[in-house]
Design a binder for this molecule. Sequence first.
Ligand code: TXA
Ligand code: MG
Length: 304
Amino acid sequence: MSKEVRRAAEILRAGGLVAFPTETVYGLGADASSEKAMARLYAVKGRPADHPVIVHFTSAKQAFEWASEVPDAAKRLAERFWPGPLTLILKRSKQAGDFVTGGQPSVGLRVPSHPVARQLLKEFGRPIAAPSANRFGRVSPTTAAHVREDLGADVDLVLEGGSSEIGIESTIVDLSSGVPVVLRPGKISSAELGMKSGASSVRHSGGMERHYAPKTPARLVPTHELDREISQLKARAAVLAFSRPDERVDFWLRMPRDPAAYAQKLYAALRELDGAKCDAILIEAPPAESGWEAVLDRLRKATA
Ligand code: TXA
Ligand code: MG
């Protein structure tokens, strides 16, 4: 156990905020049992009080104490995917206060696999509420530097854990009412889960139209229209594409053709495109093939 992790746990115990790495993106953590700590988390994040946050645990056993009902499907998914990039929405038990659920009858539970996240959870000994460590509506951080850029002195400590391996947020499955639904696709796909993607009746920030968005207006462009779009550019543009740079374009970032590798680089790329200070961002649409569901979901939100 490193000294940094011990310090982080002390900060959490004192009601402070600690950003920490997970395998998906960096989270902004607070003591999920403390109303005061949660109020500070919501204020820094800029998230509306009636939106829920995900609670992180060391084990399925600990996580399920926060649920009033654990359907067999939840046990099976936990067995198969935890620790890992999956969040389960279940009916909440009395452990889960209104200040983590946004006053809703369900709660989001996740057991992350990143070793630093696991060390922190173990050292703190209690569940940690953690939305992605960005301000509300902005691109999620995949490095400690991204967190510092976004949150600055508003976060008491940022634990270093390198670049997030997956790069996009966890898959969210809602098991709190009737038919299981994927609320947010991630590395674990709806196909792999054998479930439909669907909308939630619940208020959740990831479900909002414009989310995960760069500041520069961004558009999704099909491959066969990219050349024409570029030839018609009137302003300085930054392009995110699969092919080699086009000399007519001011700033060009090339992305891998593999969806997992693409996801890993996506948020850092969006930040870089934003940083290029262009007037527009063009993003080449990924191929209409399976495996791109989660990336496409984030690109749609970034360009909505
Ligand atoms: O990968 C992840 O899930 C990251 C890392 C840090 O674990 N966390 C993350 O949290 O993405 P956040 O808060 O940025 O996004 C969680 C999404 C939000 O859209 C939130 O509203 C939704 O999950 N959510 C949380 N609890 C929910 C609930 N009870 N019902 C429906 N949606 C819920
Ligand atoms: Mg988020």
